[in-house]
Design a protein around this ligand. Structure first.
Ligand SMILES: *Cc1c(COP(=O)(O)O)cnc(C)c1O
Length: 412
């Protein structure tokens, strides 16, 4: 779908059923349960013979409408909306991992995802094999018959590392292992995961999709491109459901049992966010590229890390995968940690806050906050430096942001 189609389509997806009041936007069905005309209709719904909603932990019309929009925009087989990006990550692994299985993953991960692998999933007998996913030999050596997935972030946050997906997906195909990617940093309006051999996409919809940071949410986008027969846990299901075995496991068991389905009010906010996703992304990522170029020559800034800069080591692969303005996040190094703190304290326009892709620009010192509870050695292993500021670029003008950064660097 090209960009014009994307926007047009987004605004015109019909309701699954006509609304009795002709409401222009999908109503918020703030209800826990649904009433049935007869016991036999109820039996049919509960036994999966009809698609009627029964209980909102399992499905809800407003959330379903949001899922449908994402499904049609991505061309996926199925989409599941959850109440956070972390719920999306954990529900995927709770569906496919088993005691004795292993996950091959880069240690360069969003903080809580790293903690999920490092601390949580290991306790269930799942081995976590951290390795350099840009190194073919290393990846090959780490995959075996019990590898339940290779997992990566398409641009790592905050290191901004980009794996060449043509190489990694070919390798995953050859080894018959599913490739699962966190695509939060470049949304599906721009990055077509399916074209790059990704089998399952997870997204923190809290970021670009919510629009204006209105709510926390997550998405599991399943392309049903992997035959799950080789997964020892899904093997039985796969005999009947083949490539749909993952979705079956997730929707019929895991997401129901973990109870992390999206709230209908969040789905309503994020459906509205979706309508402007493409416009906001375009504006924010262009501003980010412009800023990255200008910050390189600013006094007090030692280096700028943005994959859209021609000197960046990932420039070419980033251009192939994400186009010429790869997202609205960049990092830069100042001379020291205290210079970073001084800079943050001096900001007037850019807000001191975590989160990404709000309409407002946000700055943070990752080493002392998101990664503050790790040891210095752990931070070094993850390439989290004391001198780094992370900037998420909002909808303000380039000049206003440059002015603010300039004054914050100069003021002592
Ligand atoms: C924020 C984020 C998450 C977690 O999402 P939540 O919605 O905060 O649970 C996961 N991955 C990446 C890359 C993120 O930026």
């Amino acid at each position: 779908m090209n960009n014009l189609d994307f926007e047009d389509y987004l605004l015109n997806i019909p309701y699954p059923r006509p609304d009795v009041y002709g409401s222009l936007s999908m109503p918020v069905y703030n209800t826990a349960a649904y009433e049935f005309k007869s016991a036999s209709e109820m039996e049919a719904a509960f036994c999966g013979k009809t698609t009627d909603h029964t209980y909102s932990r399992i499905s809800n019309p407003t959330v379903h409408f949001f899922e449908e929009r994402v499904k049609q925009l991505t061309g996926a087989f199925n989409v599941t909306a959850l109440n956070s990006g972390m719920a999306a990550v954990s529900n995927v692994f709770m569906s496919i991992a088993y005691s004795g299985s292993n996950v091959v993953v880069s240690p360069h991960l969003f903080g809580n995802t790293w903690s999920f692998f490092e601390n949580t999933i290991r306790a269930f007998g799942v081995e976590v094999r951290f390795c350099d996913l840009t190194n073919e030999k290393e990846v090959c050596e780490h995959i075996d018959e019990n590898t339940c997935a290779v997992f990566l972030e398409i641009i790592t946050n905050p290191q901004m590392e980009v794996v060449d997906l043509s190489f990694l997906s070919a390798l995953a195909r050859e080894k018959n292992v599913p490739l699962i990617a966190d695509t939060t940093l470049v949304p599906f309006s721009v990055f077509k995961a399916d074209n790059f051999g990704i089998d399952i996409e997870v997204v923190s919809s809290t970021k670009y999709i919510s629009g204006g940071a209105t709510s926390i949410g997550g998405l599991i986008i399943d392309y049903a491109t992997f035959d799950w027969t080789r997964n020892k846990r899904l093997n039985e299901l796969a005999k009947e459901h083949r490539n749909h075995a993952f979705n079956y496991k997730l929707r019929k068991e895991i997401h129901r049992n973990f109870g992390a389905y999206m709230d209908p009010r969040t789905a309503h906010l994020q459906t509205i966010g979706l309508e402007t996703l493409h416009l906001r992304y375009e504006r924010q990522s262009h501003t980010c590229l412009e800023l990255a170029k200008r910050l390189q020559t600013m006094e007090g800034i030692e280096s700028v890390n943005y994959t859209g800069l021609p000197g960046n080591p990932y420039y070419n692969v980033s251009l192939r995968q994400f186009g010429n303005s790869p997202g609205a996040m960049l990092t830069f190094d100042l001379v020291s940690k205290s210079a970073c703190f001084q800079f943050l304290d001096n900001l007037k326009v850019i807000r001191r806050a975590t989160n990404l892709f709000d309409n407002k620009s946000l700055a943070i010192h990752p080493a002392s906050t998101i990664y503050g509870s790790l040891t210095q050695a752990q931070r070094e292993a993850m390439k989290i430096h004391d001198k780094t500021i992370r900037l998420s670029v909002g909808l303000e003008s380039v000049n206003r942001l440059l002015e603010d950064i300039g004054q914050a660097l100069r003021k002592k």
